[in-house]
Unconditional design. Structure first.
Length: 334
């Protein structure tokens, strides 16, 4: 996982507003990236908004948005963000207005591109998602897959980071994606501070599965939150499903069903993710030896931590610490 901003004093994020843009999603990049600051309070990103022709665009609401920039600013983008917009009917391979296609062609080869919600249709129509994993709003996933069979659609996740191209699911998952990019660029400490200032969770558990329409649970008050809260304080040791079920005051079978309904994954998957996230925090914010980090996160050995972390995010504990240390300089693993 490359730290694409570590050598830049200021990284330019360009937001491309298309006709019919949704106002909430349009504001996400400037709010998240514009809040990110370094240890001395210096801004880490410059966020500018443009349109495909430099003229105002109508929004999905009853007002228009006037911008200060035309598509030429995309030439200087380190990151380009496409918020979703009203588009009926949804586009196909031949759908892409030439001004939009021309704007996308201006993106520098090394720059990354993010789509929020159904803006993934723009990337797909431009051929930028061919052969790549991608996501979009769960309600459009089947149509998206039929329309663009070359794309590997995954409707179960909140976002997908495929290196240079990143896609997110509906609406608020744009917040999740932008926070992920801040975390990828500058580490969890900066991303968590942005989340606190914006009063949003720094990381949401589960994926889109928890938001897809489903039958109403047997009890509207049934929840696994108490069991999950207890487990977060026990990550240093093995945790059985029976223990989780006891703290949820239910059976193991019901526990598993409620976990899927509430967080979109099994208890075992959720525990593994929490252990990985705890290990990441320790690697970023402490000088603990890797084997001690492994023990504190419940992996037992450094080899086990290495296997799980590499499987989850593609890097070893040592490489992760060198990239995301809160001091911003490589450390020697012990």
């Amino acid at each position: 996982m490359a730290n694409m901003c570590k050598d830049l004093a200021m990284h330019r994020v360009v937001v491309l507003a298309l006709d019919g843009v949704y106002p909430f999603e349009l504001s996400i990049p400037v709010r998240i990236f514009g809040t990110a600051a370094g240890s001395g309070g210096e801004p880490l990103y410059e966020v500018v908004t443009c349109t495909a022709d430099g003229r105002p665009v109508a929004t999905s609401a009853d007002f228009t948005v006037a911008v200060q920039h035309g598509p030429e600013v995309i030439d200087t983008a380190g990151t380009l963000v496409l918020p979703p917009f009203v588009c009926e009917p949804l586009g196909d391979r031949d759908w892409l207005p030439e001004p939009v296609a021309a704007a996308l062609r201006r993106l520098p080869p090394q720059a990354r591109i993010l789509s929020i919600c159904t803006a993934s249709y723009v990337l797909a129509a431009a051929g930028l998602l061919d052969g790549r994993p991608a996501t979009t709003h769960w309600n459009n996933a089947e149509h998206f897959q039929r329309t663009f069979p070359e794309v590997k659609v995954d409707a179960s996740v909140l976002f997908i980071d495929d290196g240079r191209v990143l896609t997110s699911a509906g609406v608020a998952s744009g917040v999740d994606l932008c926070l992920h990019v801040v975390r990828r660029d500058h580490g969890s400490a900066v991303a968590n501070q942005v989340a606190r200032l914006c009063v949003v969770p720094p990381w949401r558990e589960g994926g889109q599965a928890q938001f897809i329409d489903r039958p109403v649970p047997e009890s509207a008050t049934a929840t696994t939150s108490e069991a999950r809260q207890w487990a977060l304080g026990q990550l240093h040791r093995p945790i059985t499903l029976a223990e989780l079920a006891r703290h949820a005051r239910t059976s193991v079978r019901t526990l598993s069903r409620r976990f899927r309904a509430e967080v979109g994954m099994t208890p075992v998957q959720w525990l593994a993710r929490q252990r990985i996230e705890h290990a990441r925090r320790l690697l970023e914010t402490t000088d603990l030896p890797v084997d001690r980090v492994a023990a504190e996160a419940g992996f037992g050995t450094a080899a086990s931590l290495r296997q799980h972390l590499t499987g989850a995010i593609g890097v070893s504990p040592t490489a992760y610490r060198q990239t995301f240390s809160r001091r911003g300089t490589p450390r020697r693993a012990r």
